[in-house]
Ligand binder design. Structure first.
Ligand code: TRP
Length: 336
C-alpha cells in the first residue's frame, strides 16, 4: 500500500491542517512502512505557481512548510519527502497525461472556476492544467492511496479517470489510486465563525489557530471562541451548538479521546470557560514541542536542502521506471 500526498507551500499551517492533513501524513508513513511500502510527501511549489506568486518568497515558504512537516514528525528516513520542482518526471508525465485528459473535464473543475474568477490580469494555462500535474504527481509513483481534504475530491476523481483512460488506451501501466479523506481535520471550524471551516484564505485571524502561534496567542483565541448562550450552559455536541461542538471535537482530536469521553470528562464543569481552558491547554501541549523543533529545523536551510536532495534520489528510483513504461506504451522516445 503506497501513499502519496502533496501540500501547498503557501499560507501558514493552522490547526485544521495539522489535525486533518499533517497528523494523517505521520500516521500514513508508519502504515505504509508496516505494509512493506512507502509514503511519499511532496511540497508542491509548481502548483503554487498557478496563481500570482513572489519569486523572492517562494523558496522561503517551501522551507517553512518543510520545517513544519518535519517538526510534526515526518521522518525523511521512513518516508520519501520531496520538493515538486526537483522532480522533472512529474512535469514530463503531466504532458503525457494531457493526451488522455479531456478539456471539458478540466473546464468543469470547481477549483478552476473559483480561482480563475479571482484573477485580475492573467488566468494562466497552468491554472487550467493544475489537475493534470496533480494526477502526474500521484501516478508517477503508482500510489494506491491519496489522503487529501474534501476540497480535492474532484481532482482525485479526475486523476482516477485519467489513469483508467491511459490504461484502456495503452495497457495496464498506471495504478488507479483511491481517495482518502481525513475524518477529523475536515471538521475543525473557525473559532469565531464555527459554521465555516478553519481556513487560511476565508477565515478570521482571531478564529484561526496557527501551528506556530505562541501559547499566549493560542490561549487568547480559545478564550474568545464563540460558544452559545444556553442557560445553564451544556457541554455537549449538537447541531444547534456549533461553537461548543467544535471545541469538543478539537479537544477530542488533540487528547486522542472520543467526543463522548470529552463530554463525560467535563460533566462537572462550571461553564464554557472550563471547556475553553481545557482545549487551549491541550492544543498548547500538542503544538509547543512542534514549535520548538520547527525553530531549530527552519534555521538550517542547508540541512533542509540536503533532505530534499536525498528524497529526490529515492523518488527517482520509483518515477524513472514509471516514465520508461509510459514512454514505451505511448510509442515515444528511443526503442526499448
Ligand atoms: N492540490 C492539492 C491541494 O491544494 C495539493 C496537491 C498537489 C496534491 N499534488 C497532489 C495532493 C497530489 C494530493 C496528491 O491540497
Amino acid at each position: 500500500m503506497r501513499i502519496f500526498s502533496g501540500i501547498q507551500p503557501t499560507g501558514r499551517k493552522h490547526l485544521g491542517n495539522y489535525l486533518g492533513a499533517i497528523v494523517q501524513y505521520v500516521e500514513g508513513q508508519q502504515r505504509a512502512a508496516d505494509a512493506g511500502d512507502v509514503a511519499i510527501y511532496c511540497v508542491v511549489d509548481l502548483h503554487a505557481m498557478t496563481v500570482p506568486w513572489e519569486p523572492a518568497e517562494m523558496r522561503e515558504r517551501v522551507y517553512d512548510t518543510a520545517a513544519v512537516l518535519l517538526a510534526a514528525g515526518l521522518d525523511p528516513e521512513q518516508c520519501i519527502f520531496i520538493r515538486q520542482s526537483d522532480m522533472p518526471e512529474h512535469t514530463e508525465l503531466a504532458w503525457h497525461l494531457g493526451a488522455v485528459t479531456s478539456h471539458g473535464d478540466l473546464n468543469r473543475m470547481h477549483q478552476f472556476k473559483e480561482k480563475s474568477a479571482r484573477q485580475r490580469d492573467l488566468i494562466s494555462a497552468d491554472l487550467f492544467t493544475y489537475p493534470v500535474l496533480m494526477a502526474a504527481d500521484v501516478l508517477a509513483y503508482r500510489a494506491n492511496e491519496v489522503p487529501v481534504g474534501d476540497d480535492q475530491r474532484q481532482h482525485v476523481e479526475l486523476m482516477r479517470d485519467v489513469a483508467q483512460r491511459f490504461n484502456d488506451r495503452f495497457g495496464e501501466v498506471l495504478v488507479v489510486p483511491e481517495l482518502r479523506i481525513p475524518s477529523v481535520g475536515a471538521r475543525i471550524m473557525d473559532l469565531q465563525d464555527p459554521t465555516s471551516k478553519m481556513s487560511t484564505t476565508g477565515g478570521s485571524v482571531e478564529g484561526t489557530v496557527y501551528v506556530l502561534d505562541e501559547p499566549k496567542a493560542v490561549e487568547k483565541k480559545f478564550k474568545r471562541a464563540v460558544t452559545d448562550s444556553e442557560d445553564p450552559p451544556r457541554i455537549v455536541r449538537g447541531a444547534s451548538k456549533p461553537g461548543v461542538s467544535n471545541l469538543i471535537d478539537i479537544l477530542s482530536a488533540t487528547r486522542g479521546m472520543t467526543p463522548d469521553e470529552v463530554e463525560a470528562s467535563l460533566a462537572d464543569a462550571r461553564g464554557y470557560g472550563d471547556l475553553k481552558v481545557a482545549t487551549a491547554d491541550a492544543v498548547n501541549e500538542l503544538l509547543a514541542p512542534v514549535r520548538e523543533r520547527y525553530t531549530a529545523l527552519r534555521a538550517d536551510e542547508d540541512a533542509l536542502e540536503a533532505i530534499f536532495a536525498a528524497g529526490a534520489e529515492k523518488a527517482r528510483a520509483i518515477t524513472q521506471p514509471t516514465l520508461r513504461d509510459v514512454r514505451a506504451a505511448m510509442g515515444i522516445g528511443p526503442r526499448t
